[in-house]
Ligand binder design. Structure first.
Ligand SMILES: O=C(O)C1=C[C@@H](OP(=O)(O)O)[C@@H](O)[C@H](O)C1
Ligand SMILES: C=C(OP(=O)(O)O)C(=O)O
Length: 413
């Protein structure tokens, strides 16, 4: 899909979509719980839809009325093939869960996930007694458990998602596990996992995120769990509030564990006016200035931060670009290309650093590279353009925020 976004102002309010990070974790916990779990405020995006499909294939029964989902859990595969769509989290979360089963299960996906590495899962799963065959460190991957527990080492520098998968699956293995983690990045996502597991009655202990102690033989207890609004999805439109008018987003919890709550700090550093209540955030624009921000632990914010920096006076310095190579696109390169076409200088010459010099945004045709966060960031930049920006591959937003283009329309009318 191609969409054209004209320059202009935004105002008004919208409701944040469900956090796909929490939704996928909650669907996994509901699958692992013997009994009926109710998930509320679960509006679907492609990644969450994929998680629900995988949960069904692994034995869950799922029904819903509106955004309230009832999931009857119990790990009991009805299929030996899982399709995780394009979701990095679903790949690295459901592979350890599938490894709890006695039968061989193959996990495959489509689009960008086929180019994203999964090699980090192989040795640790083997050390836990799982037979593993991958496609040279990429999908598809076949696993045959059951995963036993034990003592393993995992490098967390490329992704935290496999650690999330292990933390969620290993409590159900027969033996205890000591998981040694080096170089953990995206740490708030691990906090989200531990917190969600605790809400389902599962205990995970750790020593400064370096050793995790996971008792085996635990049980997930079914419960009613509300899916928080998504700070990641909201981040681009909050930036649009700062660069092109004002915005209120409801259904955002400002004491959330979500990594991308950090967008508030970046907006404040750039000089935006921010008002938070218990369940909403309002951002007003004004003169914006260059800011410095380390996004190592909240890598999904980079595209939104680039759109913010493009509208700031001066050169903003963002660190943590090493985290971006294996996202839906090579995101540092994609940001440099897309914002370069819009006339915004993006300098990647220093390691792990992105320098963005704000200035006028030119009309151009840009390609999302099938990356949802790039499509949404380009739309925000377009609001400050001299005329309009054509975004090719705009439907990439369906991965996390299918209603994004409608919400943007609402804010413009
Ligand atoms: O656990 C999660 O929900 C996620 C963790 C992060 O990935 P990495 O740990 O690979 O950085 C993030 O980029 C991704 O969108 C969602
Ligand atoms: C990187 C992302 O997701 P995932 O890794 O789960 O595909 C994202 O949503 O920006």
């Amino acid at each position: 899909m191609k969409t054209t976004i004209h320059k202009g102002r935004i105002a008004g309010s919208i409701t944040a979509p469900a956090s796909k990070s929490y939704a996928q974790r909650a669907v996994a916990a509901a699958l692992l719980a013997g009994g009926e779990t109710t998930l509320t405020h679960l509006d679907l995006c492609n990644d969450t839809r994929a998680a629900l499909d995988v949960a069904r294939r692994l034995g869950a029964s799922v029904s819903h009325e509106g955004t309230t989902y009832t999931i009857r859990g119990g790990l009991n595969p009805v299929s030996t093939k899982l399709n995780i769509g394009e979701s990095g989290l679903a790949t690295r979360l459901f592979t350890p869960i599938a490894s709890l089963c006695h039968m061989p299960i193959t996990i495959n996906g489509e689009g960008s996930i086929l180019r994203r590495p999964i090699e980090m899962m192989e040795e640790p799963l083997q050390a836990l007694g799982v037979e593993v065959i991958s496609n040279g460190g990429y999908l598809p991957i076949s696993v045959k458990g059951p995963m036993r527990g034990g003592e393993i080492h995992v490098d967390g520098s490329l992704s935290s998602q496999f650690i999330t998968g292990l933390l969620m699956a290993l409590p159900l293995s027969p033996n205890d596990t000591v998981l040694h983690v080096e170089n953990l990045k995206s740490r708030p996502y691990v906090d989200m996992t531990i917190d969600l597991a605790a809400r389902f009655g599962v205990a995970i202990e750790h020593n400064n995120y370096e050793q995790f102690y996971i008792a085996g033989g635990q049980h997930y207890t079914p419960c009613t769990y509300n899916i928080e609004g998504d700070w990641s999805g909201a981040s681009c439109l909050l930036v649009a509030g700062a660069t092109a008018g004002s915005i209120t987003i409801r259904n955002l919890n400002h004491i959330s564990l979500q990594a991308d709550l950090a967008i508030i700090e970046a907006l404040a550093r750039a000089g935006a006016e921010i008002i938070t209540t218990n369940s909403s955030v309002t951002v007003h624009g004004g003169p914006l200035h260059a800011f410095e921000f380390d996004a190592t632990d909240c890598p999904d914010l980079f595209p939104a931060l680039a759109a913010l920096a493009a509208s700031c006076e001066g050169t903003s310095v963002l660190t943590g670009t090493q985290r971006l190579t294996y996202k839906e696109s090579n995101r540092a390169e994609t940001i440099a290309e897309v914002f370069g076409r819009l006339g915004i200088g993006v300098d990647l010459s220093e390691e792990n650093t992105m320098r963005i010099t704000g200035g006028p945004v030119s009309s151009a045709v840009v390609d999302s590279h099938n990356d949802h966060r790039i499509a949404m960031a380009a739309a925000v930049a377009a609001l400050s353009s001299d005329d309009s920006v054509v975004i090719e591959g705009a439907d990439a937003a369906d991965k996390s925020y299918p209603n994004f283009w409608n919400d943007l329309d609402t804010l413009r009318s």
